[in-house]
Design a protein around this ligand. Structure first.
Ligand SMILES: [Zn+2]
Length: 69
């Protein structure tokens, strides 16, 4: 899996520090697995589409991905 630019949903800036990236949602694509919606840690609270349950799931996935790198 190649690294993909992570853009903050709240401010539209690239998240350059993975430690600062929070997965706030997952959107389904027309084909393939879809993509993760990210936000800066500071901005995660500003993203209205946060689902606490989904956030917990995605955070777990993100942690697993980070550990695999
Ligand atoms: Zn941001």
């Amino acid at each position: 899996m190649s690294a993909r630019l992570q853009i903050c949903r709240a401010c539209d800036e690239e998240i350059t520090d993975l430690a600062d990236a929070i997965a706030v949602a997952h959107e389904l694509g027309n084909s393939g697995p879809g993509w993760t919606v990210w936000a800066h840690r500071e901005h995660a609270d500003d993203v209205e589409l946060i689902d606490p349950v989904l956030l917990r799931i995605m955070t777990r996935i993100w942690v697993a991905q980070a550990a695999a790198q």
